[in-house]
Design a protein around this ligand. Structure first.
Ligand SMILES: Cc1cc2nc3c(=O)[nH]c(=O)nc-3n(C[C@H](O)[C@H](O)[C@H](O)COP(=O)(O)O)c2cc1C
Length: 330
């Protein structure tokens, strides 16, 4: 759909979306009323909170309530409804994914989180567990399936290709896990939830840019996307959509409109008429020698680091130190 002179429509997992802005899995998507609010505020699609297999027995309506929510959301919304699943056994991945598809979800996001704590388990085995889940789910359902990944793989490019070959149509980069802190007063773990900042989107930005050239399917950016500028950077790097969570928890669902407004402003400033045409134009694909450029950028970043204020240990007043990096010098 065209808004003004800018076309912000995108295609994700084969679905036509009016906008790349997609609220990601979170409690904000638990009720059909808030899902409608997302649609009214311009969301291109919605991702429902994950169906976690674990509380299965503790909640008498679980997982039936989840399938009912999918049915209600499908009835109430015009935009695509993406369900999300986090199961634990091979049987339940298949069983629950099949029921989600039967309930009418347009697509399914697999929220796989497999943390191996045993030194006996090699990384290849952990990766195989991901691949096996994707293979079994994609053989069981005919709706598009994407995989939400953590960033911690030895070779993410290889892993991404294997996931595509296993049947994943897209990847969501990245899931954000809540690492516990230590609470020195209780001398125990501290579990305060810290929402993200835009600074955290450098990780998905870089990987989307690197993966785009390998044509491993649709890429969805997640983590630290808060502004129209963040959205445009992700699209230029190769993302098809941008998922938003923390900013909506902080500012409320209607803030989607502010992000979209800013996206239009940036498209104007950068003379971009269509997100489809702009997608991936600043990815590493456009660079002739990505490995060498990656190294040069790394060295430049380290050398340019001196151009910041560094607080002194003693009085915490910022002190100015001069840059060793000269802009424009190659
Ligand atoms: C309170 C809360 C609940 C979340 N629940 C889920 C979930 O059920 N499934 C999932 O895949 N991600 C879940 N996430 C992760 C978000 O979907 C998102 O990937 C992550 O917060 C990074 O995006 P952000 O930087 O915009 O917050 C949750 C995040 C928060 C803050």
């Amino acid at each position: 759909m065209k808004t003004g002179t800018h076309d912000i429509s995108v295609n994700y997992l084969g679905m036509e979306l009016r906008s790349p802005l997609v609220p990601s899995a979170s409690p904000l998507g638990e009720h059909v009323e808030t899902l409608q609010q997302m649609e009214n505020s311009g969301a291109g699609a919605v991702v429902l909170p994950s169906l976690f297999e674990d509380p299965y027995e503790r909640h008498p309506n679980h997982p039936g309530f989840y399938f009912e929510e999918i049915i209600k959301a499908r009835e109430a919304l015009k935009i695509p409804v993406i369900a999300s699943l986090n199961a634990t056994t091979p049987e339940s991945w298949i069983h629950l994914a099949t029921q989600i598809a039967q309930a009418g979800a347009h697509a399914l996001e697999l929220n796989i989180y497999h943390l191996s704590l045993s030194p006996e388990v090699p990384s290849s085995e952990v990766e195989k567990a991901y691949i096996d889940v994707v293979k079994s789910v994609t053989s069981a359902v005919s709706i598009p399936v994407s995989v939400k990944l953590p960033p911690f793989f030895t070779n993410l490019t290889h892993m991404a290709r294997d996931l595509k070959n296993a049947g994943a149509m897209g990847l969501v980069l990245f899931n954000r896990f809540y690492q516990p802190d230590l609470d020195l007063l209780s001398m125990g773990p501290g579990y305060t939830l810290r929402l993200s900042t835009s600074a955290e989107n450098r990780l998905p930005l870089r990987w989307i840019s690197l993966l785009y050239q390998h044509e491993i399917g649709y890429l969805a950016a997640s983590t630290g996307i808060r502004t129209g500028a963040d959205v445009l950077k992700m699209i230029l790097s190769g993302a098809s959509i941008t998922q938003v969570c923390s900013i909506l928890l902080q500012r409320g669902i209607p803030w989607l409109e502010a992000i979209e407004g800013e996206l239009h402003q940036w498209m104007d400033t950068c003379n971009i008429r269509s997100l489809r045409e702009a997608r991936g134009t600043l990815s590493h694909r456009c660079m002739q020698n990505p490995d060498q450029i990656e190294r040069e950028e790394y060295l430049k970043a380290l050398q340019g680091y001196a151009r910041i204020d560094v607080p002194s240990w003693r009085d915490e007043r910022p002190i100015q130190i001069e840059s060793r990096f000269k802009f424009g010098a190659r």
